[in-house]
Design a protein around this ligand. Structure first.
Ligand code: GDP
Ligand code: MN
Length: 398
C-alpha cells in the first residue's frame, strides 16, 4: 500500500525525523489560511498524487512552459493562485503514464533553502532478506539514470536484522554523502531513526529524494515516498487509515474486501484461478496462445462460495474482459464450491462473454455436474492447455 507524501512525512515526524512544517489542503479556499499558518517567507505548493516526478510534470491543457506539480514561491497570492490551478487538474509525470492523475490534495510547506541535494532510499532486499540502504550524492534527479550513467555514485549496504542498526551504518551514510563533523553525526541519527521507522511500520520501501542539506547546515527530508507491506497492514490500523482509495484500482479495492489476491492487467481474458503458481502458469499459457490476461486472481485455498461469487463479479465488471477462464485444481479448494460460486455469480450478474471452465481434483465430478445441469453456456475443458486454447479461440471468434 502506498500513501501520499504529506502522510509519509507525518510518519517520519512521529519518529523524530527532520521534515518541513506543512498543511494539507483539499480545496483552493483553504490555501490562504494554510499560507498564513506557515507564515512564509517562502512556501512550496506540492501536488499530492501517488506518483513521482511531480516537479518536472506538466498539467493537461496548461500552456507550454507552465510550471509543474511542485512550485516554490515567495508570494502568498501565488500560493492561492497555484492552489486553484492545481486542485482538480490532471498532472502528467514520467510515472503516471499519458493519462496522468487528478490532483485532489495539495501539501503547502514552508520552503527550505537547499545547499545540497542527496538521495537515500531503503527497501527489503529479497536476495539477502535484509533491509538495504541506497545512498547517493546525486539527489533530486532520476536515480535510475544515475544508476545507469554513474553507478559508482550509488552506495548500498544492508543491515543484519540480528544486530539491527549500528553506528557504523550511520557512518557509512555520512561517508557516502561526504559529510563530516556535526553533519556526520546528524546523518548517523537520521539513519538510525529511518531504520526504526522502517521496521516498526513494516515498510517495504522508503525513498527520500531529495534528502537535503539546508542553508544552515542541517539534514532534512524534502520528499518522502513510502510503500507498506500489505501482509502486515493488519497490525497497523493507523497506516490503513491513510489509504486513499481514489489512487487505487477500484477492482483491486473490491477484491481486497474479500481477501482475494487480485491484480488488474491490460488484457481481455479474465482469469479465476486458485493458487498463485497455477495463476501465473495460466497467465503464461494465455500469452502463449496469443491473447493477454485481464487480471491475476488467486481465490486462495479455502475460498467460500461467497468469495468465489465476489471474484466472478469483479472479473465480469471489467469492460475489457472479452472472455473468462476458470481454472481450478481442487485440493483444499473443492470443485463443487467453485462451481456453485460461478453459477451464483452468473445468475446475479449475467454472462455476456464466453466462459471456459476447467476443473480438476477434489469433488470434480460433482462440480462438473453442477455446471452441466445449470443450463449455462459454459465451454468445458479437460486440462490447462485445452482450456487456454478454447478461451483464446472463443475470444478471437467473438
Ligand atoms: P518530485 O518531483 O515528485 O520528486 O517532488 P519533490 O518533492 O522531490 O520536489 C521536486 C523538487 O522541488 C525538489 O527536488 C526540489 O528541488 C524542489 N523543492 C521541493 N521542496 C523545496 C523547498 O522547500 N525549497 C526549495 N528551494 N526547493 C524545493
Ligand atoms: Mn522527489
Amino acid at each position: 500500500m502506498n500513501i501520499h507524501e504529506y502522510q509519509a512525512k507525518g510518519v517520519l515526524r512521529e519518529f523524530g525525523l527532520p521534515v518541513s512544517r506543512g498543511v494539507a489542503i483539499f480545496k483552493p479556499e483553504e490555501a490562504a489560511a494554510a499560507a498564513d499558518a506557515l507564515g512564509g517567507p517562502v512556501w512550496v505548493v506540492k501536488s499530492q498524487i501517488h506518483a513521482g516526478g511531480r516537479g518536472k510534470g506538466t498539467f493537461k491543457g496548461a500552456p507550454a512552459g507552465a510550471k509543474g506539480g511542485v512550485r516554490v514561491t515567495k508570494s502568498k497570492d501565488e500560493v492561492v493562485q497555484f492552489a486553484s490551478e492545481m486542485l482538480g487538474a490532471t498532472l502528467v509525470t514520467v510515472q503516471t503514464g499519458e493519462a496522468g492523475k487528478q490532483v485532489n490534495r495539495l501539501y503547502i510547506e514552508e520552503g527550505a533553502s537547499i545547499a545540497a541535494e542527496f538521495y537515500l532510499s531503503m527497501l527489503v532486499d529479497r536476495a539477502t532478506g535484509q533491509v538495504a540502504f541506497v545512498v547517493s550524492t546525486e539527489g533530486g534527479m532520476d536515480i535510475e539514470q544515475v544508476a545507469h550513467d554513474t553507478p559508482e555514485k550509488i552506495i548500498t549496504f544492508s543491515v543484519d536484522p540480528a544486530t539491527g542498526i549500528m553506528p557504523h551504518h550511520g557512518r557509512a551514510v555520512a561517508k557516502a554523502l561526504g559529510l563530516s563533523g556535526a553533519q556526520a553525526k546528524e546523518a548517523g541519527e537520521l539513519t538510525e531513526k529511518l531504520y526504526r521507522a522502517f521496521t516498526a511500520k513494516d515498510m517495504s520501501m522508503l525513498e527520500i529524494n531529495p534528502l537535503v542539506l539546508t542553508g544552515d547546515g542541517h539534514l532534512k527530508c524534502l520528499d518522502a515516498k513510502i510503500s507498506f507491506d500489505s501482509n502486515a497492514l493488519y497490525r497497523h490500523p493507523d497506516i490503513v487509515a491513510l489509504r486513499d482509495e481514489t489512487e487505487e484500482d477500484a477492482k483491486e479495492i473490491e477484491a481486497s474486501k474479500y481477501d482475494l489476491a487480485y491484480i488488474a492487467l491490460d488484457g481481455t481474458i479474465g482469469c479465476m484461478v486458485n493458487g498463485a503458481g497455477l495463476a501465473m502458469a495460466t497467465l503464461d499459457i494465455i500469452k502463449l496462445y496469443g491473447e493477454e490476461p485481464a487480471n491475476f486472481l488467486d481465490v486462495g485455498g479455502g475460498a467460500s462460495e461467497e468469495k468465489v461469487t465476489a471474484a466472478f463479479k469483479i472479473i465480469t465488471a471489467d469492460p475489457q474482459v472479452k472472455g473468462i477462464l476458470v481454472n481450478i485444481f481442487g485440493g483444499i479448494m473443492k470443485c463443487d464450491v467453485i462451481a456453485r460460486g460461478v453459477i451464483a455469480a452468473v445468475k446475479a450478474v449475467g454472462l455476456e462473454v464466453p466462459l471456459v471452465v476447467r476443473l480438476e481434483g477434489t469433488n470434480v465430478e460433482e462440480g462438473k455436474e453442477i455446471i452441466r445441469s445449470s443450463g449455462l453456456n459454459v465451454i468445458p475443458a479437460d486440462d490447462l492447455d485445452d482450456a487456454a486454447q478454447k478461451i483464446v479461440a472463443a475470444v478471437k471468434g467473438a
